[in-house]
Design a protein around this ligand. Structure first.
Ligand code: DQQ
Length: 665
């Protein structure tokens, strides 16, 4: 065991929680003195830390853009288009700027350089070569190739009315994608306002049916349409043709024409004879619902009586996803297999996931899909969709799964949107990315949640690794993690904490701890927070703490939370700075554990093998290229933490830039 005691208690200053709205309004003004003060303290502290850190100083990373790297880029707010929103079929940008009394947006004062903007582009997350992207669409595995389609604007880096389906393929590791020509473009009366989100169904004979939502241009009516690959034997599925008598489903009576979208993958119905069921999200008043349709041919559909499920007060349900997970403890193929969409019966539960248009979060519930009654019944009404669990507690939306029949895995894709100002997107030339694909299985230990883990191919994305065994960190310490290439890391860490302290500590029961209202990593308890500082620079002038906070819960038992603290992640204004996170179950005898992947401007965190996960999009100005560092920290007041950690440097897959025009355009 190596004891470490670099004392830095003032590092993560306690911030009094303030309401979210006020926080956004005040953030820019308040942070400046706090950051300056902290920076001075940290400068002194960093000197002692440097003795460690200097042993492995990285050379600056390569700048890939051919543009002038020094030329500053000033957001032109007047040129910016108004923010897009619900009525236009896309997620509203949550951060829309901070207006000063003068009426000027503070964000215009931040001068982004090309060097900073170029650095934000990720190296192992899926991104199109340019322009705007949102929801993942129709993911599938076909003849040895992974396919991802996605909502894409061929005309620029903002959501617009020419939303099309971008398309990329990869045959080996979900990393080395080939960008193909767009698959579908809004060019028919039934989809002139956009080829929106949809899903693929692989039929037993290997044929594919792709259902998507089209929106008409004049009345903005949302209808469901069918498309097929021109040549189903083509492993790349390059060409797609829309069905000649689309749309195949109109909004039924009583359903708002703008509230009817995002058909799911079809599953087999007990009615037999190739009868299949799909579900489509909608709302009735403020009640989120999902309708069920039956089809035998994907061209004619029958609306079934009632709804799959309804939850009052949850508003419009977008991107509904319904799939089975295995509850069996002994599985023939593997302990961790996923299931085909049509599997049901003994040893199977269903996950119902919906994306809430009202608050832009993805919620799910575990339950039973009764195929006779065509209804979903949650296991626990207190954990129903929108009341209980979220797929992710950070920036993550419109997720969609597919079944990889080759590996028997259910794989989840989800969209990470931008959290800065829209005006900056055209300067970068792109907006948004997809979170790394995760496999999704039932958590047989808790029985109350799913586990989401980076899909196994992600292991092959790593190159060099460094291991740190059994290191003891005193309360109030921060220690650099000596790894090169801290801009792109895959870190696994396990932590041991002396929980008997909960019996002796004067700390009162804190069952109501909540990452978002806690004040962040500066809120100190006897047993936490502890974790990593990522996307940080040597002086810690910018840093994103990802940490576990162990509070004293009911009956004096430990209650853990996984949090990501963005408040000091960027010195730039015009950037959302939230504290994300949620509780994570830790069972008796388990160590605390986390997996954290950083890819330039993205941090993806998983706790306890994926019981809880958090994504964040960061916009640093200092800790970029070779200046990026990672640290371990323990900001508990009483507990020492023993940690073991392995950090892998991940491979890069830099996509060609500038963009090579589509052969079709
Ligand atoms: N995005 C699509 C819609 C979907 C929404 C439009 C969710 O089909 O409901 O781009 O982000």
């Amino acid at each position: 065991m190596v004891p470490v005691s670099t004392k830095i208690s003032p590092l993560l200053e306690v911030v009094t929680p303030i309401p979210q709205e006020d926080r956004k309004r005040q953030a820019d003004l308040k942070e400046v003195p706090a950051i300056v003060a902290s920076a001075l303290i940290l400068l002194a502290l960093a000197t002692s830390i440097l003795a460690w850190a200097l042993t492995e100083v990285e050379s600056p990373g390569e700048v890939t853009s051919g543009e002038d790297q020094t030329e500053p880029v000033v957001p032109d707010m007047e040129m910016a288009e108004p923010s897009k929103g619900v009525s236009e079929g896309v997620t509203e940008r949550t951060y829309s700027g901070v207006l000063l009394a003068s009426g000027h947006a503070t964000s215009t004062e931040y001068v982004w350089s090309n060097v900073m903007l170029v650095w934000q582009r990720t190296v192992f997350h899926f991104q199109p070569e340019k322009n705007w992207m949102n929801d993942p669409n129709g993911p599938l595995y076909h003849k040895g190739w992974y396919h991802i389609f996605y909502q894409w604007n061929p005309e620029g880096a903002a959501w617009g009315n020419k939303i099309s389906w971008g398309h990329a393929v990869d045959s080996k590791d979900l990393l080395h994608w080939y960008h193909l020509p767009w698959a579908m473009y809004p060019d028919q009366p039934y989809d002139l306002n956009g080829v929106w989100t949809g899903s693929a169904t692989t039929l037993p004979d290997g044929k594919l049916a792709m259902l998507y939502t089209g929106e008409t241009e004049d009345e903005l009516v949302q209808d469901q349409c069918l498309a097929d690959p021109v040549n189903p034997t083509d492993p790349l599925l390059v060409d797609w043709v829309k069905y000649s008598v689309n749309p195949v489903i109109y909004p039924p009576p009583g359903i708002g024409v703008k509230d009817f979208r995002d058909p799911t993958t079809a599953c087999r119905s007990p009615a037999g004879n190739d009868t299949r069921l799909i579900t489509i999200g909608s709302k009735l008043g403020k009640t989120g619902i999902s309708l069920v349709y039956e089809t035998t041919n994907f061209t004619t559909f029958k609306l079934l009586y009632g709804v799959l499920h309804a939850v009052p007060g949850t508003g419009m349900w977008e991107c509904v996803d319904l799939y089975p997970v295995s509850t069996k403890s002994v599985i023939v193929i593997t302990q961790e297999n996923g299931l085909d969409t049509s599997v049901h019966g003994l040893g199977v539960k269903h996950v119902l996931k919906t994306s809430f248009d009202d608050d832009k979060h993805d919620y799910y519930a575990l339950g039973t899909y009764d195929l006779q009654a065509d209804t979903f019944v949650p296991d626990d009404p207190d954990l129903d969709v929108g009341i209980g669990l979220r797929l992710d507690y950070g920036k993550y939306y419109a997720a969609r799964t597919f079944y990889n029949q080759n590996k028997q895995r259910r794989i989840l894709w989800g969209w990470i949107g931008e959290t800065d100002l829209e005006a900056v997107d055209p300067m970068k030339g792109w907006a948004s990315l997809q979170a790394i694909p995760r496999s999704i299985v039932f958590d047989k230990k808790t029985g109350t949640n799913v586990l989401q883990r980076p899909e196994e191919e992600v292991e092959s994305w790593s190159t060099r690794s460094k291991t740190f065994h059994d290191i003891s960190f005193e309360p109030g310490s921060v220690v650099p993690i000596h790894v090169t290439g801290a801009t792109q890391l895959d870190i696994t860490a396990s932590f041991e904490v002396d929980e008997t302290l909960l019996e002796t500590t004067s700390e009162s029961h804190d069952a109501g701890y909540d990452c978002s209202n806690s004040g962040g990593a500066g809120t100190r308890g006897s047993l936490g927070p502890f974790g990593l500082l990522v996307v940080a620079d040597e002086k810690l002038s910018e840093l994103t703490p990802v940490y576990l906070y162990v509070a004293k819960g009911g009956e004096g038992k430990a209650k853990a939370h996984l949090c990501t603290y963005q408040t000091r992640s960027s010195m730039a204004s015009g950037v959302e700075k939230d504290v994300y996170g949620s509780a994570v179950p830790v069972l008796d005898g388990e160590n605390y554990s986390a997996r954290i992947l950083t890819d330039h401007s993205i941090v993806e965190s998983f706790a306890q093998a994926g019981r809880t996960s958090v994504r964040s999009r960061d916009y640093p100005t200092k800790d970029i290229y070779g200046a990026a560092r990672s640290f371990f920290f323990n900001n508990a007041t009483e507990a020492s933490v023993r940690a073991s950690l392995k950090a892998w440097q991940t491979k890069s897959f830099i996509r060609p830039y500038p963009f090579i025009p589509d052969p079709k355009s």
